[in-house]
Design a protein around this ligand. Sequence first.
Ligand SMILES: Nc1ncnc2c1ncn2[C@@H]1O[C@H](COP(=O)(O)OP(=O)(O)OP(=O)(O)O)[C@@H](O)[C@H]1O
Length: 313
Amino acid sequence: MTEKLLEVKNLKQYFNIGKPKEVRAVDDISFDIYKGETLGLVGESGCGKSTTGRTLIRLYNATGGEVLYDGVNVHGKKSGKELKEFNQKMQMIFQDPYASLNPRMKISDIIAEGIDIHGLAKSPKERLEKVYKLLETVGLNKEHANRYPHEFSGGQRQRIGIARALAVEPEFIIADEPISALDVSIQAQVVNLLKKLQKERELTYLFIAHDLSMVKYISDRIGVMYFGKLVELAPADDLYRNPVHPYTQSLLSAIPLPDPEYERSRKRKAYRPDIHQYEDGEDVRMREISPGHFVNCSEKEFEQYKANYNHKK
Ligand SMILES: Nc1ncnc2c1ncn2[C@@H]1O[C@H](COP(=O)(O)OP(=O)(O)OP(=O)(O)O)[C@@H](O)[C@H]1O
């Protein structure tokens, strides 16, 4: 995994600019996504994860910065044809599959929407065959094609959402909290399905989650967001073994452990942003503590983090 699919450079997404309610939902973040990998993006509700995803996929025009997809500026001027191509390459799966599936449409028409828009079937027969195949791919069957969303369970609806995204044969999928609304027992099934599809179709994922429990099983690397900023970015294993930023440590301490003995002794670590005490103009930025492991900090903090990091290793 060395080839970059996306390069996100100093991305900013502000809302209500200049008004009292201005929100800096995404505030100058940079990262890359490599072809075929899953980048997890975690952080508490409101930290800007969804806005990041939506800006990458052009649902919002960026306030600042740049997103390059295969070297092409996503937010740059494009012809209708180019825009359509982009829309086909990037797809999104949503948290609440019920809200994102039109209740009055049959499953076959929901799944085939993208096929129709992009003219991917030459006849109604081919269209239906594609729908059947997609239903099978996500673990459903062709009898489901004529039903409506309310006839399905949450897990099944999420499978339908996945089939709809796959219908246009995308390269990159943003999964925005795809399992948060599902029962824990179903969450693993959906994660496993996404992993299987990734392997078979060489997909690249941005997987958004609000905690660090499930994201571990799917992510190659994980980025942690806090208030519009990326505070840590690391290979998944390294992030779990050696979390550096105090906010990441706090998120990790919130994961319940299956072992009752450990669970009794688990201590939740609260994050206090005022511990940073940066001076005006202090150079606070992402610094690389070990290969591929970045933490947002000042030079002084970096020295402390490094001492601790090496000590733990
Ligand atoms: N269209 C919008 N207009 C104004 N403010 C917005 C808009 N969309 C998001 N925000 C604000 O931007 C911030 C980041 O929201 P965002 O939904 O990206 O966070 P999130 O981390 O994905 O949270 P959640 O997990 O709850 O979806 C929040 O303060 C939110 O209220």
